[in-house]
Design a protein around this ligand. Structure first.
Ligand SMILES: C[S@@+](CC[C@H](N)C(=O)[O-])C[C@H]1O[C@@H](n2cnc3c(N)ncnc32)[C@H](O)[C@@H]1O
Length: 257
């Protein structure tokens, strides 16, 4: 069965290993060890992304939202939304059959506040219809699109799918996004444009800060806006001489008026 193939690395299990999890096999660990030799910042960047997700979930929960929809969730482990906001209801969505097979097992450990849906986020009406069996969509929800949109090329129209999601969400809901960009500084946008259109460093579709901002539609962004993931409401101030990550992952949170 494909989902229990121990011999082929799987991206979700590889990601779990990068985050320090134990839901992975030797073949996944070998793949990441090789990747880390080639791209030393890959693992710190994955962890910085996950730390952003956790800070954003806490922020949205503190704002009074008690239900989350995590799109492109990966394996629901290693500080996932239902672990960070244990009083919230959470629906995880992923299109990978390996994630689907493992998620069902993993969520049995949690006390009934989380569900998993095996679906494509590019079909938001299907996703919301199914999520609506567990979440009350007439009330605000927090929608997480964390480190996923850069895997979706413009030809798949992620912009259209996210616009539909925004339309269907109740006012007061939050959209949480992190996204790869080759240059993380807004002032570099003009310079960045020259890089797009060709293959990106991440192997996905890196977008300019302006293109990432468009995923929020006209919604206002919560302070500090769209910034490097490590700079989004950090838990502690930066220390002088702190090693900083390359500016390749931008993050922000918008609220539906
Ligand atoms: C890098 S992981 C991100 C995990 C998590 N969101 C995080 O940031 O920690 C990306 C996940 O998106 C999933 N994915 C890719 N395309 C998808 C799609 N069209 N619909 C749903 N999930 C998708 C992949 O299977 C993978 O598990």
């Amino acid at each position: 069965m494909r989902q229990f193939d121990h011999h082929r690395p799987n991206p979700a299990r590889m990601y779990d290993y990068m985050l320090g999890g134990k839901d992975n096999f030797a073949v996944d660990r070998q793949a990441i060890d090789q990747l880390a030799e080639l791209i030393p910042e890959a693992v710190p960047l994955a962890r910085a992304n996950r730390a952003f997700l956790q800070r954003a979930v806490r922020y949205v929960a503190r704002a009074g939202v008690d239900q989350f929809l995590d799109l492109g969730s990966g394996l629901p482990t290693q500080g996932s939304a239902h672990e960070v906001a244990p009083r919230a209801r959470v629906v995880y969505v992923d299109s990978d059959p390996v994630v689907a097979a493992h998620a069902a097992i993993l969520l049995r450990r949690s006390p009934g506040m989380a569900r998993f849906i095996h679906a494509d986020l590019l079909d938001p009406v299907n996703v919301l219809t199914r999520a609506g069996e567990f979440l009350d969509l007439d009330r605000p929800i927090g929608v997480l699109l964390v480190s996923i949109l850069h895997f979706l090329p413009d030809s798949a129209d992620p912009q259209g799918a996210v616009a539909r999601l925004r339309e269907l969400m109740a006012p007061g809901g939050f959209l949480v996004i992190s996204h790869a960009t080759t240059l993380g500084h807004l002032e570099d946008e003009e310079r960045a444009r020259g890089f797009y259109g060709g293959p990106s460093a991440s192997g996905g579709t890196d977008r300019t800060p302006g293109q990432i901002r468009e995923f929020f539609g006209g919604w206002p962004l919560e302070p500090p806006g769209l910034v490097q993931a490590t700079d989004w409401r950090p838990d502690r101030p930066k220390l002088v001489g702190d090693w900083s990550l390359p500016s390749s992952l931008m993050a922000g949170t918008g609220k539906k008026p």
